[in-house]
Design a binder for this molecule. Structure first.
Ligand code: G
Ligand code: G
Ligand code: MN
Length: 368
């Protein structure tokens, strides 16, 4: 069907488990390691299953349904299968509509970065900002990246969207005092582009923002195992002076391997650990992460700090930087500039920690 997509047509009776059994055995057969001259290769497959019935539309529609089920399987983790359920049809239409709208919004320039300050916990000084994407939808208002990033990834437009946002963020950040850094999130999928580093440098060149002030954040939990390609891209970025942060640390599964192989410059502790620092388990995990990063000589930022208490506790444990509603929610560029010029967080003059009012995935309903 595509470069690495195949379709199987299977005759079976409605209630037989045959397609599921077949899917299982295909997955197992594909997963067998293959001995190549250079070493063992491992491949995984994800399978979507749809059964024809009298209500089914055209062959094309069935293939789209199977494709949708396959993406579900992929999302649930590789080497999985998923059966298309009728409820998915509405979801599929909604996503298709949303995808069209994202493309249009991209061309209309509706995607824009908000900025959340990152604070030195010991002094309260602002050391930089993280850019967080927002979609200023003409009818629906501000929409969260949780809604549109996964769709942009599936639709193959994450690279275009990511760079449009990065360009805007660099333009805004140019106006800040020159010691402040700008962190941008990139999707792990963007690492598949072998020219990623060159494209980033192009943006820096075009906007006049210096490489040494840019931090690229990569989410740990979705960093793929194909570290060869990722490493090459990250090395090019690093040799240009760009820093790389491992985002949401603690939520992935191969943390230590990644840290070593991919030579990150910074670590961000996921907010699930900092949210309740008093849970003994969280405190122990935080301590372990700080010990580890200390050993590796990597500075750490704690995400999701909402209370003075948690910020104090993290500072005491030796965490250098923090970020969260306690200091400020992600704010519009103009407000970020004010915070940047002000340069410091103080408990009384704290920017209101209300959280930004945006539509998140849980509550978001599109066109239905
Ligand atoms: O801003 P919150 O602001 O809702 O962000 C939710 C998630 O979306 C975070 O995990 C963040 O890393 C991700 N995100 C925000 N902006 C971007 C972006 O520009 N690109 C990518 N790939 N992810 C982003
Ligand atoms: O995955 P990433 O670290 O890029 O995600 C940042 C996300 O965290 C954004 O959605 C941002 O809006 C959100 N966020 C920032 N500060 C806080 C906070 O103090 N509490 C909570 N719950 N979320 C926060
Ligand atoms: Mn981030």
């Amino acid at each position: 069907m595509g470069g690495d997509e195949f379709a199987c047509l299977v005759r079976h009776r409605d209630t037989s488990g045959k397609p599921l059994e077949m899917a299982q055995s295909i997955i197992q057969a594909v997963a067998k390691p293959i001995q190549l001259p250079g070493g063992l290769a491992e491949v995984s497959a994800s399978i979507g299953i749809v059964t024809a019935n009298p209500e089914c539309g055209s062959a094309d529609e069935m293939l789209r349904a199977a494709d949708f089920a396959m993406y579900r399987a992929k999302r649930d983790g590789r080497s999985n299968y998923s059966v298309f359920a009728p409820e998915m049809a509405a979801e599929m239409r909604r996503r298709a509509a949303l995808e069209l709208d994202i493309r249009a919004g991209l061309h209309r320039g509706e995607f824009t970065p908000f900025f959340q300050p990152i604070i030195a916990l010991a002094t309260g000084e602002v050391i930089g900002f993280e850019a967080l994407a927002r979609w200023r939808h003409p009818e629906l208002g501000l929409i969260s990246p949780d809604v549109f990033i996964p769709i942009a990834e599936d639709a193959g437009i994450i690279q275009e969207l990511g760079f449009a946002l990065m360009r805007r963020a660099c333009c805004e950040a140019r106006g800040w005092p020159p010691h402040l850094t700008l962190s941008v999130n990139i999707s792990p999928l963007q690492l598949n582009d072998q020219w990623l580093a060159q494209r980033v440098l192009q943006v820096l060149c075009a906007t006049g923002f210096s490489a040494g002030r840019l931090v690229v954040e990569i989410t740990e939990s979705r960093l793929v195992s194909d570290t060869q390609a990722a490493r090459a891209v990250m090395l090019s970025l690093k040799s240009a002076g760009v820093q790389i942060a491992l985002d949401d640390f603690g939520t992935g599964y191969a943390s230590l391997k990644h840290l070593r192989e991919l030579a990150f410059n910074r670590i961000k502790i996921d907010r699930s650990f900092t949210h309740n620092v008093h849970a003994t388990e969280n405190a122990q995990i935080i301590q372990a992460i700080l010990n580890l990063s200390d050993g590796l000589g990597l500075p750490v930022t704690a995400e999701g700090l909402e209370t003075e208490e948690s910020a104090e506790m993290l500072a005491r444990l030796g965490c250098e930087f923090g970020q969260g509603y306690l200091f400020s929610p992600p704010v519009e560029p103009a407000r970020a500039l004010e915070i940047a010029r002000n340069g410091r967080y103080s408990a009384d003059g704290a920017p209101q920690a209300r959280g930004d009012r945006i539509q998140r995935a849980r509550t978001f309903r599109y066109g239905s």
